[in-house]
Ligand binder design. Sequence first.
Ligand SMILES: C[S@@+](CC[C@H](N)C(=O)[O-])C[C@H]1O[C@@H](n2cnc3c(N)ncnc32)[C@H](O)[C@@H]1O
Length: 300
Amino acid sequence: MLPDIRQLLLRSGPCLDSLALLEFYLLALENPVLKWPLILLRLKFSPDILEKIRAAELPPEEKGRLFSGAMTLFRSGATYKTTAANRSPLTDRAILARVRPGDLLLETGVSDGISAAGLLEAVKDAEILLSDRQTGLRYRDRGFARFFYNSEDGALSLKIPGFYFCTGTGTGEIPADAGSISLLNPLVQEKFKAVKLIRFDIFSGSLPRKANVIKCANVLSNIGFSPEQMRDAVANLEKNLAEDGWLFIAQNNSRYKGGEAFFALQKSGNTLILREEINEHELLPHVRSPLFADLVREER
Ligand SMILES: C[S@@+](CC[C@H](N)C(=O)[O-])C[C@H]1O[C@@H](n2cnc3c(N)ncnc32)[C@H](O)[C@@H]1O
């Protein structure tokens, strides 16, 4: 397979994987003067930085903040792994009003799980499952090089001392003895010991037990997904819902009032009823279009 030259150039660069440098990098990204020179330096962090944060002698909150900051620099296919704690408070509040004792609540596309911290804190008598199509990163050491098999990006990368090199070619078969770097945020792991991060693709995943509430925040958007793909994802999530169950689709963006929009669909038979919407989520025009006619109907 030919390498993807654009991917190779954009994703390769000097890489030190130092915690102090990560601290500085995350601060500089917030600073309009420092941001662009830093981006032009093409500094990279490899998945090793996540293991360094996990092993660091730091207070749990600090580890959690750095871990989510590092995750925000990574990508998974068409979406970034950008995340933050309590990002979608309006959606979480609306979800909490629907969760009943004994329910199963599935949060999809959770990145490192920190976005679910508010729900994990508030929900007492229901089960919460965290999920993402990518729950870990596989790697293998060969001499002084570490190979990363990032199958979600379809790209094989390698780190040599001082440099991260994204080959731009497919990963091929991941060796059975490859190691794994967990993507679950250490703060979430520590605070909510029973929590599980499972692999679940919104397009094809199938749960052993149907969920009563599904949250899908900042996964589907007009960037990277066609309306047909959005329909496929919603149809698959509908299949994973229990009767009368709820699907919440949310997005954070500064163009929405308060920075957040969501809509809620309730399962009724084989269709979904649009019950609630806040701030005109960008998917709504598609959901209301003929493409979704046999899947979603407006509340009468
Ligand atoms: C921008 S992050 C959002 C994280 C979190 N939901 C939040 O709101 O902070 C998008 C996440 O969606 C995941 N994702 C992308 N495509 C997916 C799919 N087909 N199925 C499940 N998760 C997916 C990515 O791996 C990434 O972790």
